[in-house]
Write a protein that binds this ligand. Structure first.
Ligand code: NAP
Length: 261
């Protein structure tokens, strides 16, 4: 129960990493708001959390309606009087439109960058104003290993997440004096709907060949990192950009060729 009585909001929390993070925070005593566009799905998540003794509530959020970023955070603050933990998990990646610099249009590129960047900026801006008043808080941004290890495709996704890493560090710098921490988690290949449906089997097999820990990540692997940054276990850490990727991209580039032929 590391988060007893803390108020948390997780964006896009009906599936995958967002769902696992919401469950993990609730298991640890937080009152968790499920930011979701689909109320029915969110209510199922809330019921499961409540059945296990946790506290969870719904707040409407749709990334296609930009005003909901701020409105969602403000609703949490109005209801609870505070927000202690913000997990910016939402992130978009349209693999059909977002390819290389040769075959992506400027409009598609900037739309995608805007979509991802505002999902962190607008929520964080609303949250830090309240956190400053209430004595502090923790913001955790879900980025990607592709923000640190450039990819052969997905130029908007990777560069928008790299900007999110920098946004994380800038928010951390500007908010440290108010006891507001801001850290990023960079997942590698995590077996979620988004990864399994968007990536070809060939890509996933090749990627896995270069993951020294020799398995796809689980949403819980990321949720554990989220809990770490949300709790006092990381009380003296801010501005961290933490890879949780089974050591993908960390060792010799020849890893896949020599260790897993
Ligand atoms: P996922 O399992 O496919 O879940 C996506 C979530 O986003 C769902 O809850 C979905 O809600 C929600 N969502 C989609 N469009 C939305 C919209 N317009 N408004 C509100 N919610 C919306 O995805 P995931 O793999 O967990 O990804 C979560 C985060 O991790 C993203 O930021 C992603 O970039 C990052 N990440 C993932 C991986 C990976 O390998 N999986 C790797 C690196 C980074 P519905 O239930 O309504 O569809």
């Amino acid at each position: 129960m590391k988060l007893k009585n803390k108020v948390a909001l997780v964006t896009a929390a009906t599936k995958g990493i967002g769902l696992a993070s919401a469950e993990k925070l609730a298991e640890n005593g937080a009152i968790v708001y499920i930011g979701a566009r689909n109320k029915e799905l969110a209510e199922e998540v809330i019921k499961n959390i409540k059945d296990k003794g946790g506290i969870a509530k719904f707040v409407y959020f749709n990334a296609r309606e930009a005003e909901t970023y701020t409105a969602m955070v403000e609703e949490v603050i109005t209801n609870e009087g505070r927000i202690d933990i913000l997990v910016n998990n939402y992130g978009g990646h349209d693999v059909k439109l977002d390819k290389t610099i040769f075959d992506t249009t400027g409009k598609d590129y900037f739309d995608a960058v805007m979509n991802n960047l505002q999902s962190v900026f607008l929520t964080s801006q609303a949250a830090v104003k309240s956190m400053k008043e209430t004595g502090g808080g923790s913001i955790i941004n879900i980025s990607t290993i592709g923000s640190a290890v450039p990819d052969l495709s997905g130029i908007a996704y990777c560069t928008s997440k790299a900007a999110i890493n920098s946004l994380t560090q800038n928010v951390a710098a500007q908010c440290a004096q108010y006891n507001i921490r801001c850290n990023a988690v960079l997942p590698g290949f995590i077996a979620t709907k988004a990864a399994l449906e968007n990536m070809s089997q060939e890509f996933l097999d090749t990627f896995l060949k270069n993951v020294p820990m020799n398995r796809p990540g689980k949403p819980e692997d990321i949720a554990n990192a989220v809990l770490f940054f949300a709790s006092d276990d990381s009380s003296y850490l801010t501005g961290e950009i933490m890879e949780v990727a089974g050591a993908f991209g960390k060792f010799t580039p020849m890893y896949g060729d020599f260790v897993r032929k």
